[in-house]
Each structure stands twice: as structure tokens, then as C-alpha cells.
Design a protein around this ligand. Sequence first.
Ligand code: ZN
Length: 153
Amino acid sequence: MKITSSYRNLYLGAVSKKYRLCAALLGLEKVEEGKSCFAYQVKQCTGACIGESSIELHNLQVQTALNFYKVQAWPYQGAIAIKEGDEMIVLNNWSYLETAINEEELYELADSEQGEFDLDIYKLLKKALAGPFKQQVIQLKQIKDINDRRDSW
Ligand SMILES: [Zn+2]
């Protein structure tokens, strides 16, 4: 699956928040020339947009942040579920959607949009899905397709 541009923006948004980068310089926010970005007004940007901190330093931080997290494409086709005890944790596009307690809920969640992207969750999930969770992944789309076919018989 390709990382869509909106997904990239979500990711950049999360990065900029975490490192207090400038949303305007990242292209996430349009500002008038000479004006600071909104993040600066709420002290979330160190002021690279208005020359208060160095642009070179800012760009270096952006690069470092991007390299550090290098978001991998979601390796599944749509949402997945991981069984934890009696509950199913539903995930899509590196984000946590919901916990389902029965099959009906599970299928409903399979169609839902991606949740909020969070770098820390991304890191956790990436590790977990490569290791301990790998064998427990249930690909919801596949189950759904099978069920849909069964319904039309
Ligand atoms: Zn700024």
C-alpha cells in the first residue's frame, strides 16, 4: 500500500508537534509572508518561520525526525484485528481504532476510517507486529470477503 499524501501530512503533523517544528515550513499550514505560523503562537514552533530560530537547524531537525521514524507502508490490506483475551484490538494504518468484543462489532470496525496517527503508537505497533503479534493477526478484509460471498450464496 502506498502512503497517501494525506497520510504523509498526518505523519508530518505528528512529527512537528513532537519536535516543535514549524508547520508552515513543513507545508502543512499556509501563512502570509512575514507572519508566524499558528503553532508559533501556541508555542509549538520555535519560530523558524519568522527567523527567530535558524532555518538550517529546523531543516536538520526535520530530516532527523523523518529518518528516525521512516514510516513504513502498512503491510496489510485494510484493517486487522489482534486477539487479546476475549477482546479484539482493531488496527488500521498504524493506528488504533477500537476494541471489539464480538464478531459483529469487528466487521463494523473493519470498514471504519483510520484513526489518529501517533508516532509512539506507530513505533510500538511496528515492533509488535514484527514480533509477538505476527502470528495473531487477523486480516479483517479477508474474513469479510469470505462472509460476503457466503451471504450471496
Ligand atoms: Zn512556525
